[in-house]
Design a protein around this ligand. Structure first.
Ligand code: HEC
Length: 707
C-alpha cells in the first residue's frame, strides 16, 4: 500500500544553512569531478563507468503565453487504451485501462494498490475485443478529512454482453498510509447491456462508451454516457432506415444524474455520441467534449432538457464517405442544440478542464481540451460563452485524461503509459535589455521579489544582501545568477524544498591559471561549494524561491559553471548524492586575451586569433567542457570530430544514448545535436545549453573547419 511521506517539520528547514556535513561532502564532490578526468578514471575504474553526470533538464515546449515544462513519470506499461487520473492532495491517483490503481507522489514515484477495479474480465467465454474494454473515468468525493469515495466508471463483462458500470469503494488516509477498502459497491449499471456483437462491431469509431463523471452536490453523480456504437451498428444492419429515437429508459448518449442514496437515474440532456470530457466552470456552466464521427468533434455547453442531435445531425461525416445519412442538410447541425465549437478535421478529443492554475494565471478560466489524434492540448478562450480563439499546444503524446493538481501543475495521462506534469518553465523578470531570454508574458506579476526573500531570512549573510542591486542578472536561464563585486547569488524559482536540499556548487575557471588550486590544476577549474556552512556562505528558501549566496575567490574569473549535486534518499533513509547536474554557465565579459596568457593554462584552448562567431561561441559555451586537442575534459575532446563516430572515442565513456545514434558526425547533424541534445540523442548526458539553431550552425561550421 502506498506510504505517505512525512514532510519534514517546518522548523527543520526554515531559514537555515544547508546542514550538510561539509568536509566529507566537499571531498566527495571533488572526487566526482575528478573522476570525470580520464587520467583519474584509470585509478578508479569501478566508479568511472558511471557516466550520468548530467541530468537532462525537463523538456520545455513553447506556447503563446508560456514556456511549459513537461515532467514525465513512467507508469508500468499497459498496452491498451483508456484509464483516468484524479488528484488527491499532492498525490495523483491513476487508474490504468484495465483497472489497476496507483498513486504517484510529488517526486514522481508510483505505487500500486493491491486492489483492482472489478471488471470481470477473465469470465469471458465469447470472444470480445478487449481493446475497447476499459476504465473510462475515476472520481474522488471527499466525505471526511480522511475519507473519500472513489467512483470508477468502467466496462464489466456480464456473460454474454458488456455492461457499463459505476463501481465505488472507499479510500482512507491515515498518518502513514493511503488504503482502499477494496469492497466494491455497484452504484449504476447502464441500460442496455452492450451485446457483444455490437461491442465487437465498433471497429471504426471505437467503443463509444463515454463515461466521464462529476459530482452534483454531495448526493448526486453526473455521468455522460456514449451511444455504445449503437447507431453505427444499426445503420450497418438497416442501411435505409433512420434509427429509432432512444427509448426513455435507455442510457444511450445521455447526461444522467444519479441519486447515490437510491440509485435513481434522471436524464438531464441527450443526443451524444461519445462524450469524453465534462467540467463545470465557476459560473456553474457544464462543458462537455464529445467525439463525433469523422470531423465532428464537439465542445458543448450542456443545458438541462436539450437534445444535442446525435445521431440525426452532426458536423461530421461518415468514415470513408462524404455524407451523414440522417442529416437533412449535409454539414449542418440544424434543429438541435448546436455545439459551441467543432474541430474539423477531428482532433480525437478527450477530457477537458477549466484552467485555474497558479502557474498559468493568464489562462485563468480558459478551457484546456486534450486530444488523442493530434497529440496536443487546445486552449479555448471563451467570452460570454462563445469561443474567441483556440490555441493548439503540441505535447507529442495521445492525451487520454487531463486534471489539475491543487499545487497548480496540470497532469496528463497519455496512451504511452506516462503521466506528464506540466508546469510553467521558470520565470524571469524581463528587462528591456534582455529580449533574447526566455520569458513569460505575465512575468511582472510573478517576478521574484528578492527583497521579500531577503527580508524573511534570519541569516545575517542573506540580510546583508538587502542593499544589493538585483536588477540585472549575469545569467538568466532556468535560474538567475547575480554578481555583485565578488559575491555570487544564485536564485531559482519555482524551487521546492527537495531541490533546496541539493548542493549548489560552482566550478570556476580563473582567468589566470596560477590561481588554480593544486589538485584542480590538471582539470583547469576550481570547485566551490555553497553548502559548507562557512562564514559568508548562506542559503534560504522562501515561498517557492531558493537563494544561495557566497563570496568568490579574490581573483579574476574567466568562466563559471553552476550546478547541483542531487540528494537522493533511499526508502531506508540512506542519503547519497548524484550529479553534478549542470545549471548553466557564465563567461566573464572582460575576458582577458586568452592567447597571451593561455600558454601554460590547461583551461580550454580558445582559438583566440580566429575571429569567426563560431569560435567565440565555442569558447564561451563549449570550451569549459571540451578541448579541441586530443585531451578529454568533462566532455570528450573534439579533435577531428567531423567524420568521427558519435560516442566512440578512446578514453571517454560516452552515454549509451550517444553511441546508439550510430552515426558519423557531419556539420549538419552536429548542429542539430548542439541545438537540442536531448531531442537528437534522448538521454545524452550533455545538457541543453540553450543554443539557438543559428548559433549551433556557426559552432558546427567552426568545428568542421577545425579538422
Ligand atoms: C557542461 C559541460 C559541457 C558543455 C558546456 C558542452 N558539452 Fe558537449 N558534451 C559534454 C558531455 C558530458 C558529453 C558526452 C555526452 C554523452 O556521452 O552523452 C558531450 C558530448 C559532446 C559531443 C559528442 C562527441 C562525440 O565524441 O560523439 C559533441 C560533438 C559535443 N559535446 C559538442 C559540444 C559543443 C559544440 C558544445 C558547445 C555548444 C558543448 N558540447 C558543450 C559536456 C559538455
Amino acid at each position: 500500500m502506498p506510504q505517505l511521506k512525512h514532510s519534514s517539520t517546518p522548523e527543520a528547514g526554515r531559514q537555515r544553512k544547508l546542514s550538510i556535513s561539509s568536509l566529507f561532502s566537499v571531498a566527495a564532490l571533488v572526487v566526482t569531478l575528478l573522476l570525470m578526468h580520464p587520467t583519474m578514471a584509470e585509478t578508479a575504474p569501478s566508479v568511472a563507468t558511471e557516466t550520468a553526470f548530467f541530468a537532462a533538464a525537463p523538456p520545455i515546449i513553447g506556447s503563446h503565453l508560456y514556456e511549459i515544462q513537461l515532467n514525465p513519470v513512467e507508469l508500468e506499461p499497459f498496452s491498451t487504451w483508456g484509464g483516468a487520473i484524479e488528484p488527491l492532495g499532492e498525490y495523483l491517483l491513476v487508474a490504468t485501462p484495465r483497472g489497476r490503481l496507483a498513486l504517484i507522489d510529488s517526486e514522481g514515484k508510483a505505487e500500486y494498490f493491491p486492489q483492482k477495479v472489478p471488471m470481470n474480465e477473465s469470465a469471458s467465454e465469447k470472444p470480445i475485443r478487449w481493446i475497447g474494454f476499459r476504465v473510462a473515468d475515476i472520481l474522488l468525493h471527499q466525505l471526511q478529512p480522511d475519507l473519500f469515495t472513489l467512483f470508477v466508471s468502467h466496462h464489466y463483462f456480464a456473460g454474454d454482453c458488456v455492461e457499463f458500470r459505476i463501481s465505488s469503494t472507499s479510500l482512507h488516509i491515515d498518518d502513514t498510509n493511503i488504503t482502499l477498502s477494496g469492497e466494491w459497491k455497484t452504484e449504476f449499471v447502464a441500460n442496455p447491456c452492450i451485446d457483444s456483437d455490437i461491442f465487437n462491431f465498433a471497429h471504426r469509431g471505437g467503443i463509444q462508451a463515454g463515461g466521464r463523471m462529476l459530482m452534483d452536490g454531495p448526493g448526486h453523480l453526473l455521468l455522460v454516457t456514449g451511444d455504445q456504437a449503437f447507431y453505427e451498428w444499426y445503420q450497418e444492419e438497416h442501411p435505409l432506415e433512420p434509427p429509432p429515437p432512444v427509448e426513455t429508459d435507455a442510457h444511450i448518449g445521455k447526461l444522467l444524474r444519479i441519486e447515490l442514496a437510491n440509485g435513481e437515474v434522471e436524464t438531464v440532456a441527450s443526443g451524444f455520441r461519445n462524450p469524453q470530457g465534462l467540467a463545470r466552470d465557476k459560473d456553474g456552466r457544464l462543458w462537455q467534449t464529445e467525439h463525433g464521427p469523422q470531423g465532428g468533434d464537439e465542445l458543448n455547453h450542456l443545458k438541462s432538457g436539450l437534445n444535442y442531435g446525435w445521431p440525426y445531425v452532426t458536423h461530421g461525416i461518415q468514415y470513408g464517405n462524404k455524407k451523414w445519412p440522417y442529416n437533412n442538410v449535409q454539414g449542418r447541425h440544424d434543429e438541435y442544440e448546436k455545439p459551441v465549437y467543432s474541430w474539423i478535421p477531428a482532433i480525437g478529443i478527450s477530457n477537458l478542464i477549466i484552467s485555474d492554475s497558479r502557474y498559468f494565471p493568464l489562462w485563468q478560466d480558459d478551457l484546456l481540451v486534450a486530444s488523442l489524434i493530434t497529440r496536443s492540448l487546445y486552449r479555448v478562450r471563451l467570452n460570454q460563452g462563445h469561443v474567441m480563439y483556440v490555441e493548439k499546444i503540441e505535447i507529442g503524446a495521445r492525451i487520454r485524461d487531463i486534471t489539475q493538481m491543487p499545487d497548480g501543475r496540470i497532469a496528463l495521462l497519455t496512451d504511452d503509459a506516462n503521466i506528464l506534469f506540466l508546469q510553467r518553465a521558470p520565470l524571469y523578470c524581463q528587462t528591456e535589455s534582455d529580449v533574447d531570454s526566455v520569458y513569460s508574458i505575465d512575468a511582472e506579476s510573478v517576478c521574484i521579489d528578492l527583497a521579500k526573500v531577503i527580508a524573511a531570512a534570519d541569516d545575517p549573510v542573506i540580510r546583508s544582501l538587502a542593499d544589493a542591486d538585483f536588477d540585472s542578472p549575469a545569467i538568466r536561464s532556468l535560474f538567475s545568477i547575480y554578481l555583485q563585486g565578488n559575491r555570487l547569488t544564485y536564485v531559482k524559482s519555482p524551487c521546492n524544498r527537495l531541490e533546496f536540499e541539493h548542493r549548489f556548487f560552482l566550478h570556476i575557471t580563473p582567468a589566470d591559471a596560477r590561481n588554480l588550486t593544486e589538485e584542480s590544476e590538471q582539470l583547469g577549474f576550481n570547485v566551490l561549494d555553497f553548502n559548507t556552512g562557512e562564514e559568508n556562505i548562506a542559503a534560504a528558501i522562501h515561498e517557492d524561491v531558493c537563494l544561495v549566496t557566497r563570496e568568490l575567490p579574490d581573483y579574476e574569473l574567466k568562466h563559471i559553471y553552476t550546478g547541483q549535486v542531487v540528494r537522493v534518499e533511499s526508502p531506508d533513509g540512506e542519503v547519497t548524492w548524484r550529479g553534478p547536474v549542470w545549471d548553466g554557465s557564465y563567461t566573464s565579459k572582460e575576458q582577458p586575451d586568452a592567447a597571451s596568457e593561455g600558454d601554460d593554462s590547461p583551461a580550454p584552448q580558445l582559438i583566440a586569433d580566429d575571429p569567426s562567431p563560431g569560435a567565440e561561441l565555442f569558447a564561451a559555451r563549449c570550451g569549459s567542457c571540451h578541448n579541441l586537442d586530443a585531451e578529454h575534459n568533462i566532455g570528450p575532446h573534439l579533435e577531428g570530430l567531423i567524420g568521427r563516430r558519435a560516442g566512440d572515442i578512446a578514453g571517454f565513456k560516452a552515454s549509451a544514448a550517444l553511441t546508439a545514434l550510430d552515426l558519423l558526425w557531419t556539420e549538419e547533424n552536429l548542429a542539430e545535436y548542439i541545438a537540442n541534445p536531448d531531442q537528437f540523442a534522448p538521454g545524452t548526458t550533455m545538457a541543453d545549453m540553450g543554443i539557438t539553431d543559428e548559433e549551433a550552425q556557426q559552432i558546427a561550421e567552426f568545428l568542421a573547419a577545425n579538422k
